[in-house]
Structures are given as C-alpha cells and as structure tokens.
Design a binder for this molecule. Structure first.
Ligand code: 13P
Length: 253
C-alpha cells in the first residue's frame, strides 16, 4: 500500500518573529502535492505559524506536550492548547527531551496518549545512541522505547501516530545513517508493530538525523522510509523546500 510521504521540520530552540516570517512565507508560497509538510515550532510561535500558514499546504505543530490536560503543572503546555492553536502534529520523546530533560519511556508514552486524546497527531521519536549501536543494541533499544506504548496506553495509539527513527549519533552531527541502515531499522519497526497487532502498513515511519537536500532522495527511496524529521536543514527555506520536493518525487514514483 502507498503511504503518503511526510517531511516535518523540527526548529528546536531556534527562531525569532522576523526570521520566522520570511521562512514561513517562503514555505507558504510552495506546494509539492506529492508529500505532506509540517513545521514544529517553539510554543510562542504557534500563533504566528498558524496565521502565516493557514490555508497553505504546510501544517504546523509543537515539539513537546504535557501528559496532563490542565492543572497545577507550571511551565507545561497541554494537547488541548495545541489543538486550539491549530497544531496537527507534536513530537514526543525526542532524544533531546529524553537525554536533557530526563523523559523516560513511560512518560513519553503518556505524552503520546495525551496528544492523541487532544486531537493532535503525535510523532513518536525513537533511536539509539552511538554506544548502543556499537554494542549491537539498536533493535533492542528501539523495541524498548516502542514497547512502553504497548505496556502503557496501548497499541491502538500507533494506528493514528507517526513514528520517527532518529539515531542519536546522526542528530546534528552531519553523520547521516545510510539509506540501508535507516531501512534496516524501519523494517524492524514495521515488523514489530505488525507483531503487536498494529496495521503497520498505514503507520508513517520518518527518518531523522542530518537529513539534507543532498541525501533526502536516497533515504526516501527506501521502501519503509516514509519521509523525514529534519532539524538544522529545516531552518533554511531553500534546503527544506528541496527536501519536501524530494519526498514528493519519491512519493509519486
Ligand atoms: P538534524 O537534522 O539537525 O540532525 O536534527 C535531527 C532532529 O533531531 C530532528 O528532530
């Protein structure tokens, strides 16, 4: 079955009103119908993204969400709030959240459930560190991260989610996984989901980690790579648009 490709730009902790505007306006003016596109912006810029991108082919979303809907949780932002600002997507369990903000697998699974309940599609990020890869633990680490969803909120969540495989050693390092390395893990993820009773063929699996215009086409050509989660390159309009175009071309082949 043909899955639509998706390219999502994760701005991380970057942006300012003026520079956002020129980037978002460049994206708004473009449309590669063969693939979907989204930007995940810092919370304060959601309103700006919505205002500029409304009516365009580019969706917007956030980089994190609270597991709680409301209450005494200072500093948190909930899924209903994201939904109110028109977010279609939210990343959960990005490796930077896991490593720098001590998010564990169970917390990430609860955030995924909260996003879904609030009507925002979660992009669940998984991936191994370099030490884990070198120790031959890649498949086990990814399985453990995904299994927290099965053991917590339940496998049904996967049917309407996006999964992003982001090897930590490839993030912001310029060291991209080879298309074969990405395909190997994506294939494992799809097989796992199938084993857990999920209709894995409909779950988009994105690759993230130093995706650039120059390597996007070869990654997106792999049968289980349904697009990309793009960090640094999503901050440069021409670069990000070329990645979107590569996804659209791969998606219509
Ligand atoms: P880079 O594309 O900058 O390596 O970042 C990847 C990433 O973390 C996207 O979520």
């Amino acid at each position: 079955m043909q899955r639509r490709k998706l390219v999502a730009g994760n701005w991380k902790l970057n942006g300012a009103l003026a520079s956002n505007r020129s980037l978002l306006e460049a994206l708004r003016g473009s449309a590669y119908a063969g693939a979907d596109c989204a930007v995940l912006v810092p919370f304060p810029y959601l309103a700006q993204a919505g205002e500029i991108l409304k009516g365009s082919r580019v969706a917007w979303g956030a980089q994190d969400v609270s597991e709680h809907d409301a209450g005494a949780f200072t500093g948190e932002v909930s899924a209903p709030m994201l939904a109110e600002f028109g977010c279609r997507y939210v990343a959960v369990g990005h490796s930077e959240r896991r490593a720098l903000f001590a998010e564990d697998d169970a917390t990430v699974a609860r955030k995924m459930a909260a996003a879904m309940k609030g009507g925002v599609t979660p992009i669940l990020c998984v991936g191994e560190t370099l030490a884990e890869r070198e120790a031959g633990q890649t498949a086990a680490v990814v399985e453990r991260q995904l299994k927290a969803v099965v053991d917590g909120p339940g496998t049904a969540l996967f049917a309407q989610a996006v999964v992003a495989y982001e090897p930590v050693w490839a993030i912001g390092t310029g060291k991209t996984a080879t298309p074969d390395q990405a395909q190997e893990v994506h294939g494992q993820i799809r097989a796992l989901l199938n084993r857990w009773g999920v209709e894995a063929a409909v779950v988009p699996l994105l690759y993230g980690g130093s995706v650039k215009a120059s390597n996007a086409a070869s990654l997106f050509a792999m049968p289980d790579v349904d697009g990309g989660l793009v960090g640094g390159a999503s901050l440069v309009a021409t670069e990000f648009l070329d990645i979107w175009r590569a996804a659209a071309e791969a998606g219509t082949r």
